[in-house]
Design a protein around this ligand. Structure first.
Ligand code: AMP
Ligand code: MG
Length: 472
C-alpha cells in the first residue's frame, strides 16, 4: 500500500503576502522512527510502506496534493517586537479534513532553510523532535488542546549544536499554525488588506460564529484563558510564551524548553533562556493576557471606528483574568473532588498549594493520592498535610465518594523531565524502547498502570533536570 494523504489546502490559496512557496530540503538517509497510526486514522491518511513514509515525512518526497510553503509571521519575543520571524525551519505541506470533519495542517519541522531562517540552519536535532512528539501527545491524552505529532524521522545527517547531533524532522499536526504573530506582522506594516483577509480566514476556519475582528478576539481570548488554566492544572510550564508561539486556535503550540513541575513551586522556571522568569509557572496567566493584548492591538488597526474598537477590545482583554480564574477554580475544584461549588473553596485549594510548597511535595503525586497515605508521604512534614486533609474531609461531607472523582481529574502519569531526558539519551544511542514505552504509558495518563509505577516517581536528587533548552 502506498501512503495516501487526501490534501485539501486552503491557506495556500490565500494571496502571496502570507507565505513563500518553499519545498522541504532533502536529507541523506531518512529513517522513520515514529508514526502515529491513531492520529493518521482520524485524519483519513492511509499509511504506506515504512520506506515511503520515511521519504515523505523527511521532506525528500513531496506527496501528491501538497503545496509546501513557509508561513510569514512576526512576534514579541520576551517582550521585544521582532518584525519578521516566520517558518525558519518548517514548511506547511498542506491541510487535510479528517474523518471527524476537522481541518488540520500538516507541517514538517526541521525541514531545512527557508527565506525566514535568518542565521539558522533550518534543521532540528533528534532531542527536541522526540520531546515535542512525546509531550504533545501526552498533552492530548491529558485532554489539553494541543498540536499533535504524526511522525518523526531521523535524517541520517548531523546537525551542529554545542556538538554534532543526529538530525531529525517532526511532522506536526495543528488545527492551524496561525498565531498572534501572524496578525501582528500585517498590522505593523500597515497592510490592512492582508490583515482583513487573514481575519476573515481565521474566523471561517476556527470560529465561524464569531462576528468581525472583535468577535474573533473574544473567541481567542476565551480559548486561551481555558488553555492556560489547563496548563496550570497539570503543572505545565510552556517556557516560551512569545506571541509567535500563541495559537489562534487555542492549542498549545511550539514545545521548546517546556517542562512539567515535579516538586511544586509556583515560581518554577526551567528554560535556560528565560533568565528573568517571565514565563514562570505562576506568571503564565498574566503573560497570556499580555499576548492577547498584542492581538487586540493588531486587530484594531482594521476597524473603521477606532475609538469604539479600542474600548471594546479593552473590555474583552480585561475580562481574561476573570475567565482564567474561573476556569482555574473549576479545574482545581475537580482536582479536589469538590463536586459542588462553595464559598471558601479557593482558600482551601490555595492552602493546599502553599503547604505543598513548604512541604516540597510532588505536584502530580499529591493530587492523585489525596486522602491517602501516599499523599501524606509527599510532605517533608506529613502533619502539615494532615491538618489540611481534615479540613478537606469536612468540606466534602455528604459528597459522592472521592476516589473516582480524583482519578478522573488527576493524572497519575505526566512526561517527567528526567524521563524525557533519559529517553532522548537512549534514542541518540539508537535505543527507542524508552520512547515507545513512555509514549504508550502517557497515552493513558489517568489509568492505573501498576507495571509502570517507576514512571510516577519524581527524580532522584542526581536525576533532576535543572534547565531545559530550546534545542533550535
Ligand atoms: P521558536 O522559538 O521555535 O518559536 O522560533 C523562533 C523563530 O526562530 C522562528 O521564526 C523559527 O522559525 C526560527 N528558528 C528557530 N530555530 C531555527 C533554526 N534551527 N533554523 C532557522 N530558523 C529557526
Ligand atoms: Mg515558534
Amino acid at each position: 500500500m502506498t501512503l495516501h494523504i487526501p490534501f485539501d489546502n486552503s491557506f495556500a490559496r490565500l494571496p502571496g503576502a502570507f507565505f513563500t512557496a518553499q519545498d522541504p530540503q532533502p536529507v541523506r538517509a531518512p529513517r522513520l522512527v515514529a508514526f502515529n497510526a491513531d492520529l493518521a486514522r482520524v485524519m483519513g491518511i492511509a499509511p504506506g510502506e515504512v520506506r515511503d513514509m520515511a521519504q515523505v515525512f523527511s521532506g525528500n518526497l513531496v506527496p501528491e496534493g501538497a503545496a509546501p510553503l513557509a508561513q510569514l509571521y512576526s512576534g514579541h519575543q520576551f517582550g521585544q517586537y521582532n518584525p519578521q520571524l516566520g517558518d525558519g525551519r518548517a514548511v506547511l505541506l498542506g491541510e487535510v479534513v479528517g474523518v471527524d470533519g476537522l481541518r488540520r495542517d500538516i507541517q514538517l519541522k526541521g525541514s531545512g532553510r527557508t527565506p525566514y531562517s535568518r542565521g539558522g540552519d533550518g534543521r532540528a536535532w533528534l532531542g527536541p523532535v522526540l520531546r515535542e512528539y512525546l509531550v504533545s501527545e501526552a498533552m492530548h491524552a491529558l485532554g489539553i488542546p494541543t498540536t499533535r505529532a504524526l511522525a518523526a524521522v531521523e535524517t541520517g545527517e548531523e546537525v551542529l549544536r554545542e556538538r554534532a547531533l543526529p538530525g531529525a524532522v517532526l511532522t506536526r499536526v495543528a488545527a492551524s499554525h496561525l498565531r498572534v504573530g501572524s496578525f501582528q506582522v500585517f498590522a505593523a506594516r500597515g497592510d490592512l488588506e492582508s490583515l482583513r483577509r487573514l481575519t476573515d480566514y481565521a474566523i471561517a476556519r476556527h470560529y465561524p460564529q464569531a462576528e468581525g475582528p472583535m468577535g474573533l478576539l473574544r473567541a481567542v481570548c476565551a480559548a486561551q484563558a481555558r488553555l492556560v488554566a489547563q496548563w496550570m492544572g497539570v503543572g505545565f510550564i510552556h517556557g516560551v510564551m512569545n506571541t509567535d508561539n500563541c495559537a489562534i486556535s487555542g492549542e498549545t503550540i511550539d514545545y521548546g524548553p517546556c517542562a512539567f513541575i515535579d516538586m511544586f513551586h509556583p515560581q518554577t522556571v526551567y528554560s535556560s533562556i528565560d533568565r528573568h522568569g517571565r514565563y514562570a509557572y505562576d506568571r503564565q496567566a498574566e503573560m497570556v493576557v499580555w499576548n492577547l493584548a498584542q492581538l487586540a492591538t493588531a486587530l484594531i488597526q482594521q476597524m473603521e471606528d477606532r475609538e469604539a474598537a479600542v474600548e471594546e477590545a479593552t473590555e474583552i482583554v480585561h475580562a481574561m483574568p476573570g475567565q482564567i480564574e474561573a476556569a482555574w477554580l473549576r479545574l482545581f475544584r475537580a482536582k479536589l473532588a469538590l463536586s459542588d461549588a462553595r464559598e471558601g473553596d479557593q482558600q482551601l485549594i490555595e492552602d493546599l498549594l502553599r503547604r505543598m510548597v513548604a512541604g516540597q511535595a510532588d505536584f502530580t503525586n499529591t493530587f492523585c493520592a489525596l486522602g491517602g497515605e501516599k499523599a501524606r508521604d509527599q510532605f517533608t512534614d506529613p502533619t502539615a498535610y494532615d491538618g489540611w486533609e481534615a479540613e478537606w474531609r469536612a468540606r466534602r461531607a455528604g459528597l459522592p465518594e472521592a476516589g473516582p472523582l480524583l482519578r478522573a481529574a488527576n493524572p497519575a502519569f505526566i512526561p517527567r523531565n528526567h524521563r524525557v531526558e533519559q529517553m532522548i539519551a537512549a534514542a541518540v544511542e539508537g535505543d527507542y524502547a524508552p520512547f515507545h514505552r513512555l509514549n504508550a504509558v502517557l497515552a493513558r495518563p489517568y489509568d492505573d498502570q501498576p507495571e509502570a509505577e517507576e514512571l510516577t516517581r519524581p527524580p532522584l536528587p542526581g536525576e533532576a533536570v535543572e534547565a531545559t533548552f530550546c534545542g533550535t
